[in-house]
Write a protein that binds this ligand. Structure first.
Ligand code: SF4
Length: 364
């Protein structure tokens, strides 16, 4: 673990220090914050919005840009994109020909995308490549003759995107909240896949317990989680709680309540702190943390801090700056992740630009 002194002074610092603030040390998860898929989706969306701004200025026409839901699950990112002109339209039937429809990083089933294209809608598919890879794995399982048990959140868009086009008779969505006793795996031979944002550890524990409870069935083999970014963020936070001699009194998870990835980090923190005492808090940004400053009692000496995969660093860094400016030493654990950046959806972006410029008869 290395001590990092990269934070700059923060003008918000001392006058907002709460009474009783005695934090001495903040241990920051080396793997935290925006993953490749999130950065890719935000950048692609901003590039399209920038293009539209340019076209609107040249033509005086206001071309609408819609997204099927939040591009990434982060309330502050959603607000920024809204201010730049992005509107959420979950009903594709309300999007018209020659309008732009951005499909979020969580994925969209291919048949739905094809229908949009057939209707003359300009589509930017910001689906994360790891969601696409999960769909490919799902198809292979079926092609190899096995059924698929997909553990996911039925209220999240990703399961629909991954398994929505597959043979419903051979695919079973298992609600991730079910206990091992309740997990209704298929009767035929099957393999398990999971939603990218869930807890790998918990899923492994659950399917192993299910196998223990059902000795007459073949043991379920659980492969790695489909998203290395999710796994790394969870492992990185988990490791902080295991550092010898470092009692953690509070965990701060930066991220939105809509982000499954963030909520899994929060649950991990709660489970770890439940065993040792201590409190856990999830906040979107520094302002929200300051609203909870009564939590900084003198007993809170050491904090573990992380942020979800859909949280740009600009929302986490002020939290760290504030803690540091109030006297805490900030130490960052070694990251596992060596980022290879994800390729942008260049084909979709360029197609949208070409179609718009041609339609409105303007130069790029
Ligand atoms: S959490 Fe994983 S699957 Fe989701 S956008 Fe990030 S890299 Fe892709």
């Amino acid at each position: 673990m290395q001590e990092k002194q990269v934070l700059q002074d923060n003008p918000l610092s001392f006058e907002l220090k709460p009474d009783g603030f005695c934090v001495e040390e903040v241990l920051v998860a080396g793997d935290r914050g925006p993953c490749g898929g999130v950065i890719r989706a935000i950048n692609a969306t901003e590039e399209v919005l920038e293009t539209i701004k340019h076209v609107n200025e040249k033509t005086g026409i206001s071309i609408p840009v819609y997204a099927n839901h939040e591009i990434v699950h982060n309330a502050l990112v959603a607000r920024e994109l809204f201010e730049k002109g992005l509107r959420i339209q979950p009903d594709p039937n309300k999007v018209n020909e020659n309008e732009i429809y951005i499909l979020s990083a969580h994925g969209t089933k291919p048949s739905e995308i094809q229908k949009l294209i057939n209707r003359g809608i300009w589509v930017l598919n910001a689906e994360c490549q790891l969601v696409t890879a999960d769909r490919t794995r799902a198809r292979k399982i079926l092609a190899n003759g096995k059924d698929l048990a997909y553990i996911g959140n039925p209220n999240h868009p990703e399961p629909k995107a991954v398994i929505g086009d597959l043979d419903a008779n051979r695919v079973r969505l298992i609600d991730y909240r079910k206990s091992p006793e309740e997990m209704d795996f298929p009767d035929r031979p099957f393999e398990v896949l999971t939603q990218t944002t869930l807890s790998r550890r918990q899923n492994i524990e659950k399917v192993e317990r299910w196998s223990d409870l059902n000795p007459e069935r073949d043991r379920v083999v659980f492969k790695d989680g489909p998203c290395i970014a999710t796994d790394n963020r969870q492992d990185s936070l988990h490791d902080i709680f295991d550092i010898p001699g470092k009692q953690i009194d509070m965990a701060i998870v930066v991220g939105s309540a809509t982000s499954q990835n963030t909520l899994e980090l929060q649950k991990l923190a709660e489970r770890s702190l439940m065993e040792r005492g201590g409190i856990s808090i999830r906040v979107d940004n520094l302002e929200e943390l300051l609203l909870n400053n009564r939590l900084f009692t003198p007993e809170i000496r050491r904090i573990a801090l992380t942020s979800g995969a859909s949280v740009p660093d600009k929302f986490t860094v002020p939290v760290l700056q504030w803690l540091q400016n109030n006297g805490a030493i900030v130490r960052v654990t070694d990251p596992r992740e060596k980022y290879g950046s994800f390729e942008p959806p260049r084909k979709d972006i360029e197609a949208i630009k070409t179609q718009i410029y041609e339609t409105y008869g303007i130069a790029a």
